[in-house]
Design a protein around this ligand. Sequence first.
Ligand SMILES: [Fe+2]
Ligand SMILES: [Fe+2]
Length: 159
Amino acid sequence: MELKVPESLRLEHARFRKQLCALTEDKTDFAVAVQAVMVLFDKHSIKEETKVFPVLEVLPLLAERKTNDSMKLLQGVADEMKAGLHEELLEEHRTIVESLRGISQSAMAQNRREYVDFAECFILHAQMEEEMLYPAALVTADYLQLLNQCRISSNGYFL
Ligand SMILES: [Fe+2]
Ligand SMILES: [Fe+2]
């Protein structure tokens, strides 16, 4: 069984990609700035979707105190996050959010509400990831590692 990005997150990222794309097609001064954010977000979101968010898919199962074979695929995630991936993602957020704040301020001055709303919504997404989703992924990966160590020391099997 393969682990996937939780549906709500997958759809949220898809919505941002679609909105970014639509805003770059709107031939305004903001299109260049939005294009730059789109490039940053592409690289950043692929990292999140391949390396971090699949961890969150097991949360509902763990909350019911259940485990399954697919959790083996998460070995190493906690180490990778602590070895620099977490900081890398936060750094990317800082760059993306700074660009979005710039877009929002210029758009506000020109009364382009759609850009302001988009930037605010995107900034909130990054904030939610930093406040909840990254820590949740880290705690989950750590917990699975711990669970695995306990299982190995008691019966020699992973999960
Ligand atoms: Fe994201
Ligand atoms: Fe992010």
